[in-house]
Design a protein around this ligand. Structure first.
Ligand SMILES: [Zn+2]
Length: 237
């Protein structure tokens, strides 16, 4: 009983401390951005119009200083005091449309991490739930991405539910991602779980492989604990 009360007091104290002295780092994720919506390329909730995306980014830039994912991780691991409001931009699934917003992001000096599924980089594979390839980045596209503002992370070799994989299948999945992406000059050892689905076992595997897990739990980040929390960018308001 006493332990429970102490834990409750400690949690409350931490919440107050975080609120007053440790500004959260927000990590945003988006998917496809294009001028018009193509239902064969992605789900409506994963799409944003180019105009709305640009406007949202400019709005966020008024509120936050954008930093890279590795810088955010390092700040979350080491800082005990944070007044400035930082944000990180990430994009999942490797939609080819991301190429059209990279010049705008570069112009705004905003770093971005692209989480990719190497299986779909070959330009021919058909992703079962969506349209055929041209919609996705290819090896050739990836080779052209050399900007120091862009980093490349893993999103599973295929877009599978990692929580449903056996520990050995998940480890193979991650190893295959490293084999495909590890040599890219902008590669960083970060793994964004598809749909955010993970288990204590997948978390342990990533820890063993010195890879930082990236979640999709809608939370803000005050300190680093078991991964980087993210929220979807909302371009509807
Ligand atoms: Zn995804």
């Amino acid at each position: 009983m006493a332990n429970k009360i102490i834990t409750k007091i400690l949690r409350k104290t931490e919440r107050i401390y975080n609120k007053l002295l440790l500004a959260p780092i927000e990590v945003f994720v988006f998917h496809s951005v294009s001028d018009t919506y193509d239902p064969s390329s992605c789900l409506k909730q994963d799409w944003s119009s180019t105009a709305a995306f640009r406007q949202k980014i400019l709005e966020l830039k008024q509120q936050y200083t954008f930093i890279s994912l590795p810088e955010a991780t390092s700040r979350l691991q080491s800082e005990n005091l944070r007044r400035k409001h930082y944000a990180v931009l990430t994009s999942d699934d490797g939609f080819k449309t991301v190429l059209t917003v990279l010049p705008f992001l570069t112009e705004q000096n905003i770093p971005i991490t692209l989480f990719l599924n190497p299986q779909y980089l070959d330009g021919t594979t058909i992703r079962p739930d969506y349209a055929p390839q041209p919609q996705y980045l290819t090896h050739a596209d990836l080779a052209q991405i050399t900007s120091p503002l862009v980093t490349i992370g893993m999103h599973g070799y295929q877009h599978l539910d990692c929580a449903a994989q056996t520990p050995s299948d998940f480890r193979q999945n991650v190893s295959a991602c490293i084999d495909a992406l590890g040599a890219h000059p902008r590669y960083i050892p970060y793994f964004a779980y598809p749909w955010g689905n993970h288990t204590p076992s997948t978390q342990q595997t990533l820890r063993d492989m010195c890879i930082t897990p990236v979640l999709c739990d809608g939370r803000s980040n005050h300190r680093y604990s078991d991964g980087i929390s993210r929220r979807c960018i909302d371009t509807t308001r």
